[in-house]
Design a protein around this ligand. Structure first.
Ligand code: IFM
Length: 469
């Protein structure tokens, strides 16, 4: 760890003038007010109230109480000088039972949110699904049931009909890898399944729901930029052996190809189909055409790379890999390897394999759990982490990749899923006893960077402009 403070002005000079700097959150992680104004439980309410699922049995009942502190939090976002705010909409506020009657009071909250952003001149990037599936839909099988995709389409249509006129971009899903594999195969996230069949069904339902939602959004608001937020793994093979190299390829297909393939090529990877296809649900005529409709943008959430080795165990299930050791032993407080260059390698790899639209880094940030001392939070390692990843982003722009914006995860400390409140990703500290917000050192640094945008060199190469002056 160093105490250097990367000069925000020097970094700013490496970005085009219309690059968006933003902050991101998700509904369940910050809103609280779990029973307010007609909201009913999501699968995460049920999961977090079960012993042994979430650290300390923490839940989302209060979280950052953002639902009741909306205006103050919007002022906080504005004070950071960012141009954009990425948030998610809670399906269980809009349709408390997943289907059935609309809950107007739930939509009213998001009306106030998008109006508040507009009033402050901040762009609104909404995500329709950040993991809070209405619990009632679990009765039909949740994401394993094809009917959930149609319920999602209806929710998407209703929400966009009401809010779409004031949104700048919408994403269908956040990190389908988590809501599919982490939730249905690895059992870490709600609903806590550990079952390959369930996961494969959730996979196809999720992809289908994405496609159905894209159609509904385009019907309601043809000009609203539609995308999806993915957390692709940058997979490094643990060694140069052919076995580990092949393992890395299988891992790529399993963790990334099952989303990128259908969405950007209209096909699941052959490797996955031959290994697991018989256990997948039927892929009906027209499904892949719906799923692969062209998108206006995509979002990448990046934190750490994936390192894999071949798992030679007989009968090991596809992708038959096991973890390989970290290359950099330095980790964040959640134990994730710090490796900024993987962000660059990832963007180069996925662009080489797929034809992708404009890209936003919709999440990047670091978990450090230091608290407030003398009214300040010295989170220098987070500042370094963000600066280093922004530097890689600037390199990508110089190489010609269409990177259009960066959203720091997260605006503020919040409910970190299975880790509860003990893991902190905010650039703003939250005291959960008093709900006091304190902008951390990283947040103040990010503010000085963000405040210099938009600059007067829109659309041009800032490097070229600077060189000519
Ligand atoms: O907090 C999460 C977020 O909800 C999704 N992306 C990763 C973050 C850190 O784990």
């Amino acid at each position: 760890m160093t105490d250097r403070i990367p000069d925000p002005a020097l970094l700013a000079d490496r970005f085009p003038g219309d690059f968006l700097f933003g902050v991101a959150t998700a509904a369940f992680q910050i809103e609280g007010a779990a029973k307010a104004d007609g909201r009913k439980p999501s699968i995460w309410d049920a999961f977090s109230n079960m012993p042994g699922r979430v650290f300390g049995r923490h839940n989302g009942d209060v979280a950052c109480d953002h639902y009741h502190r909306l205006e103050q939090d919007l002022d906080l976002i504005a004070s950071l000088g960012v141009q954009a705010y990425r948030f998610s909409i809670a399906w269980p506020r809009v349709y408390p039972d997943g289907t059935g009657p609309i809950n107007e009071k739930g939509l009213d909250f998001y009306d106030r949110l998008v109006d508040g952003l507009q009033a402050r001149g901040i762009k609104a990037f909404a995500t329709l699904y950040h993991w809070d599936l209405p619990l009632m839909l679990a009765g039909d099988g949740g994401w394993t049931a094809r009917s959930t995709a149609y319920a999602f389409q209806r929710y998407a249509r209703t929400t966009i009909a009401r809010l779409g006129d004031r949104l700048d971009a919408v994403a269908t899903f956040n990190e389908p890898w988590c809501s599919v594999w982490l939730s249905h195969l690895y059992g870490i996230h709600a609903p806590g399944e550990r079952n390959m069949e369930a996961a494969l069904h959730a996979l196809h339902t999720t992809n289908l729901a994405h496609g159905l939602a894209v159609s509904a959004i385009r019907e309601e608001r043809p000009k609203l930029p539609v995308g999806i937020v993915i957390n692709p793994m940058h997979v490094y093979a643990g060694s140069d052996t052919p076995a580990d190299q092949a393992a890395a390829e299988r891992a790529f297909d399993f963790h990334n190809g099952v989303f990128f393939g259908p969405i950007f090529k209209g096909a699941y990877p052959d490797t996955v189909l031959s290994a697991l296809g018989e256990r997948m649900p039927p892929i009906e005529d027209g499904d892949l055409a719906l799923i692969s409709q062209p998108l206006d943008w995509w979002g990448v959430n990046y934190y750490t790379p994936m390192r894999v080795a071949d798992d030679p165990t007989e009968g090991a299930e596809f992708p038959a890999t096991k973890p390989a050791p970290f290359v950099n032993q330095e980790t964040t407080d959640i134990g994730w390897e710090i490796f900024p260059q993987a962000l660059g390698d990832l963007i180069r790899t996925v662009n080489a394999r797929y034809t992708l639209p404009d890209c936003y880094i919709t999440e990047n940030g670091a978990c450090y759990n230091m608290g407030v001392e003398d009214g300040a939070v010295d989170d220098q390692p987070r500042l370094d982490y963000i600066a280093d990843h922004l530097s890689v982003t600037a390199d990508l722009i110089a190489e010609g990749y269409p990177m259009r914006g960066y959203f720091a995860w997260s605006l503020m400390d919040n409910f970190e899923w299975a880790e509860g409140y003990r893991m902190r990703f905010g650039i703003v500290h939250v005291d959960y006893d008093t709900q006091a917000r304190t902008i951390k050192k990283s947040g103040l640094w990010y503010q000085s960077l963000a405040r210099s945008f938009p600059k007067g060199n829109h659309g041009g190469s800032v490097g070229a402009e600077d060189r000519s002056s």
